[in-house]
Design a protein around this ligand. Structure first.
Ligand SMILES: C[S@@+](CC[C@H](N)C(=O)[O-])C[C@H]1O[C@@H](n2cnc3c(N)ncnc32)[C@H](O)[C@@H]1O
Length: 256
C-alpha cells in the first residue's frame, strides 16, 4: 500500500482527474485480492495505483479503445490489457474487485449493467464505481445553449447527453437486492485549474468531445470559440490567475 501514498508519486499525478480515482480506491474494503479488473482503464493512468495496492493480484485493464490500450500497454507492458465493449463484457475469472473510474456515464443502462457486474464477483468481492454527476453545472448547461444558437444545431442536438447519471438513491435501489453492503456518496471538488480557457479545455476532453467530433475543423473552431467565451464569463479567472471549477462526482462501493 505504501506506494500509493508515496508523496512524489501522488503529487506527480495530483491533477483533479486523478484525485477522485484515488479517493475511490481508498474506500475499497478488500485486504487481499487475486483477480481485479480496471473497467474502462483508458491509457492506464490508474492501473499502476491499483496494482500497487494489491501487488499479488492479476490485474486486467479493459477498454474499447485500441489507442487507449496501446498507450496503456506502453506504460505497463507487464500488465494484461483487453479490448472489449463494457456493455457486453464478461470476466474470464470471478473477480475480487471490479474498479471503474469515470466510464459508466458513457454507457447508460445502469439498471441492468450494475447488477450484472455485481453478479460476476466472488463472495465478499467489491464493485467500485465513480461517475461525474455534473450535467446540471453551468459548464454543461451552456453546451445546450451554444448548440441551440449554432448553425449546426440539428447535427449537434443528438450528441448532447442528458443527465446520464442518476441521483444516489436510485443506485441504492438498483444494487441493494444484489449486494450485502452498499456505500454511496457524492463529493463536490472545488477544482483549481491553471491556464487560459480552463473550463472549456477541461470539457473539450470529455463532455464536449462528442459534439466536436461531428464538426469539421472550421466548424469546430467556431463552435469551441463561442463555447469558450460563454464559459469564461461563467467561470472568471481569480486574482491569482486560477479558475475555480466546482465538480460533483458520485461514488459507489458495493460488497457482495
Ligand atoms: C474518461 S476515460 C477514463 C479512463 C480511466 N478510467 C481514468 O479514469 O483515467 C473513459 C474511458 O472509457 C472508455 N469507454 C467508454 N465507453 C466504453 C465502452 N462501452 N466499453 C469499454 N470502454 C469504454 C473510453 O475508451 C475511455 O478510455
Amino acid at each position: 500500500m505504501a506506494q500509493i501514498w508515496d508523496p512524489d508519486q501522488y503529487l506527480k499525478f495530483h491533477g483533479p482527474r486523478i484525485r477522485p480515482a484515488l479517493d475511490l480506491l481508498a474506500q475499497i474494503p478488500v485486504e487481499t485480492a487475486d483477480v481485479i479488473y480496471d473497467l474502462g482503464c483508458g491509457p492506464g493512468n490508474l492501473t499502476g495505483f491499483i496494482q500497487a495496492r494489491w501487488p499479488d493480484a492479476v490485474l486486467t485493464g479493459v477498454d474499447s479503445s485500441a489507442e487507449m490500450l496501446a498507450e496503456a500497454r506502453e506504460k505497463h507492458p507487464d500488465m494484461v490489457w483487453q479490448q472489449a465493449d463494457l456493455a457486453t463484457w464478461t470476466p474470464e475469472s470471478a473477480p475480487d474487485v471490479l474498479y471503474s473510474n469515470a466510464v459508466y456515464q458513457w454507457l447508460g443502462n445502469h439498471e441492468a449493467l450494475f447488477p450484472r457486474l455485481a453478479g460476476f464477483l466472488k463472495p465478499g468481492g467489491v464493485l467500485a464505481l465513480q461517475m461525474p454527476r455534473n450535467w446540471n453545472a453551468p459548464s454543461h448547461a451552456v453546451m445546450h445553449d451554444v448548440v441551440a444558437d449554432s448553425p449546426w444545431a440539428e447535427q449537434l442536438r443528438p450528441q448532447l447527453q442528458h443527465d446520464p447519471v442518476s441521483p444516489p438513491d436510485v443506485y441504492y435501489d438498483i444494487l441493494r437486492p444484489h449486494v450485502e453492503k452498499i456505500d454511496i456518496w457524492e463529493t463536490e471538488y472545488l477544482q483549481v485549474l491553471d491556464g487560459d480557457n480552463a473550463v472549456a479545455e477541461w470539457t473539450k476532453g470529455t463532455a464536449l468531445k462528442p459534439l466536436l467530433d461531428v464538426l469539421d475543423d472550421e466548424q469546430e473552431a467556431a463552435f469551441f470559440s463561442e463555447y469558450s467565451a460563454r464559459t469564461q464569463a461563467l467561470y472568471p479567472r481569480r486574482a491569482d490567475g486560477k479558475t475555480l471549477y466546482p465538480f460533483r462526482r458520485l461514488f459507489i462501493v458495493a460488497t457482495v
